[in-house]
Design a binder for this molecule. Structure first.
Ligand code: ADP
Ligand code: MG
Length: 484
Protein backbone atom coordinates (compact mmCIF):
# COMPACT_ATOMS: atom_id res chain seq x y z
CA UNK A 1 0.00 0.00 0.00
CA UNK A 2 1.29 3.40 -0.78
CA UNK A 3 1.16 5.75 2.13
CA UNK A 4 2.19 9.29 2.70
CA UNK A 5 3.99 9.99 5.95
CA UNK A 6 4.03 13.40 7.48
CA UNK A 7 6.33 14.31 10.36
CA UNK A 8 6.29 17.51 12.36
CA UNK A 9 9.72 18.40 13.65
CA UNK A 10 10.55 21.04 16.19
CA UNK A 11 13.93 22.33 17.26
CA UNK A 12 14.73 23.01 20.92
CA UNK A 13 13.84 26.56 21.99
CA UNK A 14 16.26 29.10 20.57
CA UNK A 15 17.44 26.84 17.79
CA UNK A 16 16.70 27.36 14.14
CA UNK A 17 15.98 24.35 12.00
CA UNK A 18 18.44 23.68 9.27
CA UNK A 19 18.84 20.53 7.23
CA UNK A 20 20.67 18.99 4.39
CA UNK A 21 18.23 17.36 1.97
CA UNK A 22 20.57 14.55 0.86
CA UNK A 23 21.68 13.70 4.38
CA UNK A 24 18.11 13.67 5.58
CA UNK A 25 17.06 11.35 2.76
CA UNK A 26 19.96 9.06 3.50
CA UNK A 27 19.21 8.99 7.23
CA UNK A 28 15.60 8.07 6.46
CA UNK A 29 16.71 5.36 4.05
CA UNK A 30 15.16 7.12 1.06
CA UNK A 31 17.01 6.62 -2.20
CA UNK A 32 15.06 9.05 -4.30
CA UNK A 33 15.34 12.50 -2.77
CA UNK A 34 12.32 13.62 -4.80
CA UNK A 35 10.09 11.54 -2.51
CA UNK A 36 10.94 13.84 0.34
CA UNK A 37 9.49 17.29 0.89
CA UNK A 38 10.60 19.56 3.71
CA UNK A 39 9.03 22.85 4.60
CA UNK A 40 10.20 25.04 7.42
CA UNK A 41 8.55 28.08 8.93
CA UNK A 42 11.92 29.82 8.79
CA UNK A 43 12.55 29.33 12.50
CA UNK A 44 12.05 26.28 14.69
CA UNK A 45 9.44 24.16 12.95
CA UNK A 46 9.50 21.87 9.97
CA UNK A 47 7.06 19.64 8.21
CA UNK A 48 8.61 16.60 6.55
CA UNK A 49 6.53 14.67 4.06
CA UNK A 50 7.59 11.33 2.65
CA UNK A 51 5.83 10.16 -0.49
CA UNK A 52 5.73 6.64 -1.94
CA UNK A 53 6.72 8.10 -5.33
CA UNK A 54 7.86 11.43 -6.67
CA UNK A 55 4.75 13.61 -6.12
CA UNK A 56 5.73 15.95 -8.94
CA UNK A 57 6.23 13.28 -11.61
CA UNK A 58 2.96 14.21 -13.34
CA UNK A 59 1.57 17.70 -13.14
CA UNK A 60 -1.35 17.84 -15.51
CA UNK A 61 -3.36 20.89 -16.46
CA UNK A 62 -6.93 19.65 -16.68
CA UNK A 63 -8.28 22.55 -18.69
CA UNK A 64 -6.54 25.59 -20.28
CA UNK A 65 -9.39 27.69 -18.90
CA UNK A 66 -7.67 27.27 -15.53
CA UNK A 67 -4.94 29.62 -16.76
CA UNK A 68 -7.26 32.60 -16.59
CA UNK A 69 -6.16 35.27 -14.12
CA UNK A 70 -8.26 35.22 -10.91
CA UNK A 71 -9.95 38.18 -9.22
CA UNK A 72 -6.79 38.79 -7.20
CA UNK A 73 -4.67 39.06 -10.34
CA UNK A 74 -2.98 35.68 -9.98
CA UNK A 75 -2.50 32.87 -12.43
CA UNK A 76 -2.32 29.17 -11.66
CA UNK A 77 1.04 27.99 -13.05
CA UNK A 78 1.39 24.53 -11.54
CA UNK A 79 1.29 22.85 -8.17
CA UNK A 80 3.28 22.00 -5.08
CA UNK A 81 4.14 18.48 -3.93
CA UNK A 82 1.07 18.47 -1.68
CA UNK A 83 -1.31 19.34 -4.49
CA UNK A 84 -1.74 22.98 -3.52
CA UNK A 85 -1.83 25.45 -6.39
CA UNK A 86 1.24 27.48 -7.19
CA UNK A 87 0.17 31.00 -8.10
CA UNK A 88 1.97 33.84 -9.79
CA UNK A 89 0.78 37.40 -9.43
CA UNK A 90 0.48 39.44 -12.62
CA UNK A 91 -1.61 42.26 -11.25
CA UNK A 92 -2.57 43.65 -7.90
CA UNK A 93 -6.13 44.96 -8.21
CA UNK A 94 -5.93 46.74 -4.85
CA UNK A 95 -2.99 48.95 -5.71
CA UNK A 96 -3.61 48.77 -9.46
CA UNK A 97 -0.07 47.65 -10.10
CA UNK A 98 1.57 45.46 -12.68
CA UNK A 99 4.41 43.19 -11.54
CA UNK A 100 7.98 42.33 -12.39
CA UNK A 101 8.53 38.70 -13.19
CA UNK A 102 11.80 36.85 -13.17
CA UNK A 103 12.40 33.28 -14.23
CA UNK A 104 15.89 32.06 -13.50
CA UNK A 105 17.39 28.72 -14.32
CA UNK A 106 20.12 27.00 -16.24
CA UNK A 107 19.77 25.87 -19.89
CA UNK A 108 17.07 23.25 -20.24
CA UNK A 109 15.56 23.91 -16.80
CA UNK A 110 12.26 24.84 -18.41
CA UNK A 111 12.24 28.64 -18.48
CA UNK A 112 10.83 29.08 -21.96
CA UNK A 113 8.21 26.39 -21.46
CA UNK A 114 7.16 27.94 -18.15
CA UNK A 115 7.16 31.17 -20.12
CA UNK A 116 4.65 29.74 -22.59
CA UNK A 117 2.32 28.87 -19.71
CA UNK A 118 2.57 32.46 -18.52
CA UNK A 119 2.14 33.88 -22.05
CA UNK A 120 -0.90 31.69 -22.66
CA UNK A 121 -2.37 32.80 -19.33
CA UNK A 122 -1.74 36.39 -20.40
CA UNK A 123 -3.48 35.96 -23.74
CA UNK A 124 -6.47 34.32 -22.08
CA UNK A 125 -6.62 37.12 -19.52
CA UNK A 126 -6.66 39.89 -22.12
CA UNK A 127 -3.15 41.13 -21.40
CA UNK A 128 -1.24 42.75 -24.29
CA UNK A 129 2.20 41.15 -24.59
CA UNK A 130 5.35 42.34 -26.29
CA UNK A 131 7.58 39.32 -26.43
CA UNK A 132 11.27 39.32 -27.33
CA UNK A 133 12.95 35.98 -27.86
CA UNK A 134 16.67 36.45 -28.10
CA UNK A 135 17.17 32.88 -29.18
CA UNK A 136 15.98 33.86 -32.63
CA UNK A 137 12.42 32.65 -32.07
CA UNK A 138 13.36 29.12 -31.07
CA UNK A 139 12.47 29.47 -27.41
CA UNK A 140 8.72 29.44 -27.81
CA UNK A 141 7.70 29.05 -31.46
CA UNK A 142 4.03 28.89 -30.53
CA UNK A 143 4.21 32.41 -29.11
CA UNK A 144 3.97 33.88 -32.61
CA UNK A 145 3.00 37.50 -32.90
CA UNK A 146 0.30 39.36 -34.74
CA UNK A 147 1.27 40.71 -38.16
CA UNK A 148 -0.84 43.79 -37.64
CA UNK A 149 -3.87 45.21 -35.89
CA UNK A 150 -6.68 42.71 -35.38
CA UNK A 151 -4.72 39.74 -36.72
CA UNK A 152 -4.53 36.34 -35.11
CA UNK A 153 -1.54 35.83 -32.90
CA UNK A 154 -0.58 34.59 -29.48
CA UNK A 155 1.19 37.77 -28.48
CA UNK A 156 0.66 41.30 -29.77
CA UNK A 157 4.21 41.66 -31.11
CA UNK A 158 7.08 39.26 -31.19
CA UNK A 159 10.67 40.08 -32.11
CA UNK A 160 13.67 37.78 -32.29
CA UNK A 161 16.65 40.14 -32.59
CA UNK A 162 18.58 42.46 -30.29
CA UNK A 163 17.53 45.46 -32.40
CA UNK A 164 13.90 44.36 -32.36
CA UNK A 165 14.11 44.01 -28.59
CA UNK A 166 15.40 47.55 -28.27
CA UNK A 167 12.54 48.74 -30.48
CA UNK A 168 10.08 46.95 -28.20
CA UNK A 169 11.59 48.40 -25.06
CA UNK A 170 11.40 51.85 -26.55
CA UNK A 171 7.79 51.24 -27.61
CA UNK A 172 6.81 50.01 -24.17
CA UNK A 173 8.52 53.01 -22.66
CA UNK A 174 6.74 55.46 -24.99
CA UNK A 175 3.41 53.79 -24.23
CA UNK A 176 4.22 54.34 -20.58
CA UNK A 177 4.98 58.03 -21.21
CA UNK A 178 1.71 58.37 -23.07
CA UNK A 179 -0.26 56.78 -20.25
CA UNK A 180 1.49 58.92 -17.69
CA UNK A 181 0.38 62.03 -19.44
CA UNK A 182 -3.14 60.85 -20.21
CA UNK A 183 -3.78 59.58 -16.70
CA UNK A 184 -2.55 62.78 -15.12
CA UNK A 185 -4.90 64.74 -17.37
CA UNK A 186 -7.72 62.45 -16.22
CA UNK A 187 -6.68 63.07 -12.62
CA UNK A 188 -6.13 59.39 -12.11
CA UNK A 189 -3.54 58.02 -9.75
CA UNK A 190 -4.15 54.32 -10.22
CA UNK A 191 -4.23 51.96 -13.14
CA UNK A 192 -7.55 50.19 -13.62
CA UNK A 193 -7.31 47.13 -15.82
CA UNK A 194 -9.28 47.47 -19.07
CA UNK A 195 -10.77 50.81 -18.04
CA UNK A 196 -9.95 51.68 -20.67
CA UNK A 197 -6.40 50.37 -21.24
CA UNK A 198 -5.20 46.79 -21.14
CA UNK A 199 -2.56 45.50 -18.79
CA UNK A 200 0.66 45.30 -20.83
CA UNK A 201 3.69 43.07 -20.33
CA UNK A 202 7.09 43.40 -21.92
CA UNK A 203 8.73 39.97 -21.79
CA UNK A 204 12.33 39.21 -22.71
CA UNK A 205 13.36 35.56 -23.00
CA UNK A 206 17.12 34.89 -22.84
CA UNK A 207 17.40 38.33 -21.25
CA UNK A 208 20.98 37.48 -20.33
CA UNK A 209 21.91 37.91 -24.01
CA UNK A 210 20.66 41.47 -23.85
CA UNK A 211 22.12 42.37 -20.48
CA UNK A 212 25.37 40.48 -20.11
CA UNK A 213 28.74 42.15 -20.30
CA UNK A 214 29.73 42.87 -23.86
CA UNK A 215 26.16 42.68 -25.20
CA UNK A 216 25.68 45.36 -27.89
CA UNK A 217 22.88 47.34 -26.21
CA UNK A 218 23.56 46.50 -22.59
CA UNK A 219 23.48 50.02 -21.12
CA UNK A 220 20.53 51.19 -23.16
CA UNK A 221 18.51 48.07 -22.42
CA UNK A 222 19.29 48.44 -18.73
CA UNK A 223 18.02 52.00 -18.82
CA UNK A 224 14.68 51.01 -20.36
CA UNK A 225 14.14 47.95 -18.20
CA UNK A 226 14.89 49.95 -15.09
CA UNK A 227 12.60 52.77 -16.05
CA UNK A 228 9.76 50.49 -17.10
CA UNK A 229 10.20 48.46 -13.92
CA UNK A 230 10.10 51.57 -11.78
CA UNK A 231 7.44 53.68 -13.46
CA UNK A 232 5.40 51.10 -15.35
CA UNK A 233 3.95 49.38 -12.31
CA UNK A 234 1.34 52.01 -11.51
CA UNK A 235 0.58 52.53 -15.20
CA UNK A 236 -0.37 48.93 -15.88
CA UNK A 237 2.89 48.06 -17.62
CA UNK A 238 4.78 45.09 -16.25
CA UNK A 239 8.03 43.50 -17.23
CA UNK A 240 9.21 39.90 -17.28
CA UNK A 241 12.73 38.59 -17.77
CA UNK A 242 13.66 34.96 -18.34
CA UNK A 243 17.37 34.40 -17.91
CA UNK A 244 20.19 31.98 -17.31
CA UNK A 245 22.18 34.38 -15.25
CA UNK A 246 22.72 33.85 -11.59
CA UNK A 247 24.98 36.77 -11.52
CA UNK A 248 22.93 39.91 -11.30
CA UNK A 249 26.01 41.84 -12.27
CA UNK A 250 25.56 40.13 -15.60
CA UNK A 251 22.01 41.42 -15.70
CA UNK A 252 22.78 45.00 -16.52
CA UNK A 253 25.10 45.65 -13.61
CA UNK A 254 23.04 48.38 -12.05
CA UNK A 255 22.04 48.79 -8.42
CA UNK A 256 18.59 50.02 -9.25
CA UNK A 257 17.98 47.11 -11.56
CA UNK A 258 19.18 44.73 -8.90
CA UNK A 259 16.92 46.26 -6.27
CA UNK A 260 14.01 46.07 -8.66
CA UNK A 261 14.64 42.44 -9.44
CA UNK A 262 14.69 41.60 -5.76
CA UNK A 263 11.20 42.93 -5.30
CA UNK A 264 9.85 41.03 -8.27
CA UNK A 265 7.99 37.76 -8.51
CA UNK A 266 10.95 35.42 -8.68
CA UNK A 267 10.78 31.83 -9.84
CA UNK A 268 13.91 29.77 -9.59
CA UNK A 269 14.19 26.70 -11.81
CA UNK A 270 17.12 24.26 -11.82
CA UNK A 271 20.37 26.09 -11.20
CA UNK A 272 24.07 25.44 -11.25
CA UNK A 273 25.96 25.72 -7.99
CA UNK A 274 27.71 28.92 -9.06
CA UNK A 275 24.32 30.46 -9.85
CA UNK A 276 22.98 29.55 -6.44
CA UNK A 277 25.91 31.15 -4.65
CA UNK A 278 25.41 34.30 -6.67
CA UNK A 279 21.68 34.49 -6.06
CA UNK A 280 22.30 34.38 -2.33
CA UNK A 281 25.18 36.86 -2.53
CA UNK A 282 23.06 39.19 -4.63
CA UNK A 283 20.34 39.07 -2.00
CA UNK A 284 17.74 37.47 -4.24
CA UNK A 285 17.42 34.63 -1.78
CA UNK A 286 17.54 35.10 1.94
CA UNK A 287 20.80 33.88 3.43
CA UNK A 288 20.37 30.78 5.49
CA UNK A 289 17.42 29.61 3.45
CA UNK A 290 18.19 26.14 2.21
CA UNK A 291 16.55 25.17 -0.99
CA UNK A 292 16.97 21.51 -1.79
CA UNK A 293 18.70 21.38 -5.16
CA UNK A 294 16.67 20.33 -8.14
CA UNK A 295 18.42 17.35 -9.71
CA UNK A 296 18.43 17.09 -13.49
CA UNK A 297 16.80 13.67 -13.42
CA UNK A 298 14.17 12.21 -11.16
CA UNK A 299 14.33 8.74 -9.66
CA UNK A 300 16.84 6.69 -7.79
CA UNK A 301 20.44 6.90 -8.72
CA UNK A 302 21.87 3.42 -8.33
CA UNK A 303 25.37 2.23 -8.75
CA UNK A 304 25.48 -0.34 -11.52
CA UNK A 305 28.18 -2.95 -11.52
CA UNK A 306 29.90 -3.63 -14.78
CA UNK A 307 29.11 -7.32 -14.19
CA UNK A 308 25.37 -6.73 -14.01
CA UNK A 309 24.25 -8.03 -17.35
CA UNK A 310 20.53 -7.64 -16.75
CA UNK A 311 20.78 -3.93 -16.25
CA UNK A 312 18.88 -1.91 -18.80
CA UNK A 313 20.07 1.58 -19.42
CA UNK A 314 16.67 3.21 -19.26
CA UNK A 315 16.47 6.95 -19.49
CA UNK A 316 15.53 8.54 -16.22
CA UNK A 317 12.64 11.01 -16.31
CA UNK A 318 13.72 14.66 -16.34
CA UNK A 319 12.70 17.28 -13.81
CA UNK A 320 12.11 20.16 -16.26
CA UNK A 321 9.69 22.73 -14.96
CA UNK A 322 10.43 21.99 -11.30
CA UNK A 323 11.05 25.20 -9.44
CA UNK A 324 10.80 27.34 -6.34
CA UNK A 325 8.23 30.08 -6.47
CA UNK A 326 10.23 32.37 -4.23
CA UNK A 327 7.56 35.00 -3.64
CA UNK A 328 4.69 32.55 -3.55
CA UNK A 329 2.93 31.16 -0.53
CA UNK A 330 5.50 28.40 0.05
CA UNK A 331 8.92 29.70 -0.96
CA UNK A 332 10.92 26.72 0.29
CA UNK A 333 8.62 24.14 -1.17
CA UNK A 334 9.22 22.62 -4.59
CA UNK A 335 6.56 23.21 -7.19
CA UNK A 336 6.30 22.17 -10.78
CA UNK A 337 4.89 24.01 -13.74
CA UNK A 338 2.16 22.27 -15.72
CA UNK A 339 3.51 19.60 -17.93
CA UNK A 340 2.59 20.90 -21.35
CA UNK A 341 2.93 19.95 -24.99
CA UNK A 342 2.83 16.71 -26.91
CA UNK A 343 4.81 13.75 -25.58
CA UNK A 344 6.74 13.45 -28.80
CA UNK A 345 8.19 16.49 -30.57
CA UNK A 346 5.91 17.59 -33.38
CA UNK A 347 6.83 18.91 -36.78
CA UNK A 348 6.10 22.60 -36.70
CA UNK A 349 4.03 24.20 -33.97
CA UNK A 350 2.80 21.91 -31.21
CA UNK A 351 -1.01 21.72 -31.37
CA UNK A 352 -1.25 21.07 -27.64
CA UNK A 353 0.66 24.22 -26.85
CA UNK A 354 -1.42 26.22 -29.34
CA UNK A 355 -4.49 24.95 -27.55
CA UNK A 356 -3.25 26.58 -24.35
CA UNK A 357 -3.35 30.01 -25.96
CA UNK A 358 -6.66 29.43 -27.68
CA UNK A 359 -7.61 30.83 -31.09
CA UNK A 360 -8.01 34.42 -32.24
CA UNK A 361 -6.35 37.77 -31.72
CA UNK A 362 -4.60 38.80 -28.51
CA UNK A 363 -5.06 42.08 -26.65
CA UNK A 364 -3.12 44.98 -28.19
CA UNK A 365 -1.60 48.27 -27.09
CA UNK A 366 -4.35 50.92 -26.92
CA UNK A 367 -5.05 53.03 -29.98
CA UNK A 368 -4.39 56.22 -28.00
CA UNK A 369 -0.68 55.44 -28.03
CA UNK A 370 -0.36 54.41 -31.69
CA UNK A 371 0.67 57.81 -33.01
CA UNK A 372 3.40 58.21 -30.49
CA UNK A 373 4.82 54.70 -30.77
CA UNK A 374 4.77 54.66 -34.56
CA UNK A 375 5.56 52.12 -37.23
CA UNK A 376 7.74 49.62 -35.44
CA UNK A 377 4.67 48.51 -33.54
CA UNK A 378 2.11 49.43 -36.21
CA UNK A 379 3.79 47.16 -38.74
CA UNK A 380 5.20 44.76 -36.17
CA UNK A 381 8.74 45.20 -37.49
CA UNK A 382 11.87 43.43 -36.30
CA UNK A 383 15.63 43.82 -36.68
CA UNK A 384 17.31 47.03 -37.85
CA UNK A 385 14.11 48.13 -39.54
CA UNK A 386 12.30 48.16 -36.21
CA UNK A 387 15.21 49.88 -34.55
CA UNK A 388 15.38 52.65 -37.14
CA UNK A 389 11.65 53.20 -36.86
CA UNK A 390 11.75 54.04 -33.18
CA UNK A 391 15.11 55.70 -32.68
CA UNK A 392 15.37 59.04 -34.44
CA UNK A 393 18.58 59.74 -36.31
CA UNK A 394 21.04 61.85 -34.25
CA UNK A 395 20.50 65.01 -36.33
CA UNK A 396 16.81 64.91 -35.49
CA UNK A 397 17.56 65.15 -31.79
CA UNK A 398 15.96 68.38 -30.63
CA UNK A 399 18.52 69.15 -28.00
CA UNK A 400 21.31 68.42 -30.44
CA UNK A 401 22.99 65.98 -28.13
CA UNK A 402 25.27 63.70 -30.05
CA UNK A 403 25.08 60.86 -27.61
CA UNK A 404 27.73 58.20 -27.57
CA UNK A 405 28.93 59.50 -24.24
CA UNK A 406 28.92 58.07 -20.76
CA UNK A 407 26.04 56.54 -18.86
CA UNK A 408 24.88 59.74 -17.13
CA UNK A 409 24.35 61.78 -20.23
CA UNK A 410 21.81 59.44 -21.77
CA UNK A 411 19.31 60.02 -19.04
CA UNK A 412 19.00 63.72 -19.79
CA UNK A 413 16.60 63.40 -22.67
CA UNK A 414 14.56 60.67 -21.11
CA UNK A 415 12.11 62.54 -18.93
CA UNK A 416 10.04 63.27 -22.01
CA UNK A 417 8.98 66.90 -22.11
CA UNK A 418 5.20 66.81 -21.90
CA UNK A 419 5.05 63.35 -23.43
CA UNK A 420 6.13 64.44 -26.88
CA UNK A 421 8.67 62.44 -28.81
CA UNK A 422 11.49 62.52 -26.32
CA UNK A 423 15.10 62.56 -27.38
CA UNK A 424 16.43 59.05 -27.40
CA UNK A 425 18.27 58.04 -24.27
CA UNK A 426 20.21 55.71 -26.52
CA UNK A 427 23.47 57.11 -27.83
CA UNK A 428 24.01 57.17 -31.59
CA UNK A 429 27.05 54.93 -31.21
CA UNK A 430 24.78 52.16 -30.07
CA UNK A 431 23.36 51.79 -33.54
CA UNK A 432 26.58 50.03 -34.46
CA UNK A 433 26.60 46.97 -32.25
CA UNK A 434 29.87 46.39 -30.47
CA UNK A 435 31.06 42.86 -31.10
CA UNK A 436 31.31 40.65 -28.07
CA UNK A 437 34.74 39.18 -27.88
CA UNK A 438 35.19 35.45 -28.09
CA UNK A 439 36.54 35.62 -24.56
CA UNK A 440 33.19 37.05 -23.34
CA UNK A 441 31.30 34.32 -25.14
CA UNK A 442 33.44 31.48 -23.85
CA UNK A 443 33.28 32.88 -20.34
CA UNK A 444 29.47 33.06 -20.56
CA UNK A 445 29.33 29.37 -21.55
CA UNK A 446 31.64 28.36 -18.70
CA UNK A 447 29.65 30.40 -16.19
CA UNK A 448 26.42 28.71 -17.21
CA UNK A 449 27.76 25.20 -16.71
CA UNK A 450 28.76 23.41 -13.60
CA UNK A 451 30.11 20.26 -15.11
CA UNK A 452 33.52 20.32 -16.69
CA UNK A 453 33.25 20.87 -20.44
CA UNK A 454 35.77 19.85 -23.03
CA UNK A 455 36.83 22.19 -25.81
CA UNK A 456 34.43 20.57 -28.29
CA UNK A 457 31.46 21.06 -25.98
CA UNK A 458 32.46 24.66 -25.39
CA UNK A 459 32.74 25.14 -29.16
CA UNK A 460 29.25 23.74 -29.68
CA UNK A 461 27.72 25.95 -26.99
CA UNK A 462 29.52 29.07 -28.16
CA UNK A 463 28.25 28.47 -31.68
CA UNK A 464 24.71 28.19 -30.34
CA UNK A 465 24.75 31.60 -28.68
CA UNK A 466 23.60 33.48 -31.74
CA UNK A 467 26.95 35.12 -32.45
CA UNK A 468 29.45 34.62 -35.28
CA UNK A 469 30.41 30.98 -35.91
CA UNK A 470 33.89 30.21 -34.61
CA UNK A 471 36.43 27.42 -35.07
CA UNK A 472 37.75 24.94 -32.56
CA UNK A 473 41.26 26.42 -32.68
CA UNK A 474 40.05 29.85 -31.55
CA UNK A 475 38.07 28.32 -28.71
CA UNK A 476 41.15 26.33 -27.63
CA UNK A 477 43.29 29.48 -27.65
CA UNK A 478 40.68 31.40 -25.68
CA UNK A 479 40.42 28.63 -23.12
CA UNK A 480 44.14 28.80 -22.62
CA UNK A 481 44.03 32.53 -21.99
CA UNK A 482 41.21 32.04 -19.46
CA UNK A 483 43.14 29.49 -17.39
CA UNK A 484 44.84 31.08 -14.49
N1 ADP B 1 6.53 22.49 -18.17
C1 ADP B 1 7.03 21.61 -19.03
N2 ADP B 1 6.25 20.66 -19.57
C2 ADP B 1 6.73 19.78 -20.48
N3 ADP B 1 7.99 19.75 -20.91
C3 ADP B 1 8.83 20.66 -20.41
C4 ADP B 1 8.40 21.63 -19.45
N4 ADP B 1 9.45 22.43 -19.18
C5 ADP B 1 10.47 21.96 -19.91
N5 ADP B 1 10.12 20.90 -20.65
C6 ADP B 1 11.02 20.12 -21.57
O1 ADP B 1 12.36 20.53 -21.39
C7 ADP B 1 12.88 21.11 -22.58
C8 ADP B 1 13.71 22.34 -22.22
O2 ADP B 1 12.86 23.34 -21.69
P1 ADP B 1 13.00 24.88 -22.04
O3 ADP B 1 11.75 25.52 -21.54
O4 ADP B 1 13.37 25.08 -23.45
O5 ADP B 1 14.23 25.26 -21.09
P2 ADP B 1 15.06 26.62 -20.99
O6 ADP B 1 14.27 27.68 -21.66
O7 ADP B 1 15.22 26.84 -19.52
O8 ADP B 1 16.38 26.34 -21.66
C9 ADP B 1 11.67 21.42 -23.43
O9 ADP B 1 11.96 21.31 -24.78
C10 ADP B 1 10.68 20.37 -23.02
O10 ADP B 1 10.91 19.18 -23.71
MG1 MG C 1 14.77 28.95 -23.22
Amino acid sequence: MSRIFELTVEAPPGDIISYHPMRLADALGIKDVNRLAVETNGTSKALVTIYPDDPLAQVILADPQMLLMDAKGRIYIGRYHNGRPSLLRLYDPKSGSAQRLLLFGTTGAGKSTAGQIILAAMKRSGIAVLYADLKGGQSAPEAFGQKGHGDDGNVAWRVTTQEGTMAQLRTTWLTMMDRQERYSRMGRSKFLKDRPDPLIYQIVDEANRLLEKGAPYRDEATFYIKDIGRTGRSLGIGIGLFAQAGHLEEMGGSDTLRAMLKEGEVVLLRWTSSMMKQLVTDGLLPTGQVLAPIPKYAGEVDLISQFDEDHEDDDLPGTQGTAYNVNGRYPSSKMRFWNIGSDMPTEGLDPEVLELYGPGAPAEIEQDAWDLIGDAYGQRLDGMEAYRAVFPEPEEDEDGEEGGGGGKKKKNGSAGSAGTRAASPVPAAATKPRARTLRDRVQAVLDAHDDPLDALQVLELVNEDGGRTVQLGSVRNTLTTLKK
